[in-house]
Design a protein around this ligand. Sequence first.
Ligand SMILES: NC(=O)c1ccc[n+]([C@@H]2O[C@H](COP(=O)([O-])OP(=O)(O)OC[C@H]3O[C@@H](n4cnc5c(N)ncnc54)[C@H](O)[C@@H]3O)[C@@H](O)[C@H]2O)c1
Length: 306
Amino acid sequence: MDLSGRVAVVTGSGRGLGLAYAKALAEAGAAVVVNDVDAGAATEAVQEIVAAGGRAVAVVAPVGSTETADALVGKAVEEFGRLDVMVTNAGILRDTVLWKMSDSDFDAVVEVHLRGTFTCARAAAVQMRAQGTGGRLVLISSPAGQRGNFGQGNYAAAKAGIVAMARTWAMELARADVTVNAVVPVAATEMTKTIPVFAPIIEESERTGAPLPEWVRKDEGMGTPEDVASLIVFLASEASAQVTGQAIGIGGDKLALWSHPQEKATAYADGGWSADAIAEAWATGVGAEPETFGIPMPAAPAAKEA
Ligand SMILES: NC(=O)c1ccc[n+]([C@@H]2O[C@H](COP(=O)([O-])OP(=O)(O)OC[C@H]3O[C@@H](n4cnc5c(N)ncnc54)[C@H](O)[C@@H]3O)[C@@H](O)[C@H]2O)c1
């Protein structure tokens, strides 16, 4: 796919998934503003892209504030003349169960993921509407936001909020030809190495250079950051002009469209429901087939191979 002439910002692109997105966009011809809080990683990412014949500049700043969002969009315009694609990827984890979660654990995650997505998307939308030639907002969510995940109340809330914002902004920006989609990625990175069942598998693959086992790529839908980057290139391209308001999963060998929550069972009581009537109707009516929740954890590798 040819992205020549397009300009993209990728937040948190010094390493991991963001780095793969920035490299893939540059390889397809886009000029890229690389962003990270880690100055060394951001500089190296730019050097790597430029050495491969691409165009990139770095902005070292923490995503979250309006100042950083404005600096990112400002840099795109100053260096490359415009902005076509905003990928809000920067992220952190502060995992712990509800009763142990501190205010700062909660606020830090909300600041980077939820506020960072809001401020960067807003700055991009202002620029794209002024340009008048459409654009792409690619917001990065997570399976945790879709299903909930043990120990990730802060992160799941932020990532679910990001999908809600994608659906809302897809409506608001339709007239400006700006598409807004949420990506639900899974890939082997420093972040997924913090999940105990995946850590030894990822480390083994890094040590030997062998690909992740087929069951990980297929059943778990987890592969390399480059596997996910193809979706970002598609969403940045003309080929996805009609794709908006969607939550799209990708990882390893798997591509998926996530469903939008909708009412699954309904019942009506004339004049409204009393608590007693709800209790009576729950077991046989609306609540008879409750929804599942949480991300199912894979079996331990030994059990899986047996
Ligand atoms: N790895 C996965 O399987 C997975 C799954 C679902 C969602 N995600 C999401 O994808 C994104 C990237 O994840 P990853 O696995 O590559 O993580 P990672 O930890 O490998 O990389 C994240 C990058 O973001 C940078 N960063 C952190 N806070 C920042 C801030 N405030 N401003 C700018 N940069 C900041 C870090 O320095 C790092 O370079 C995150 O939003 C994450 O929640 C990842």
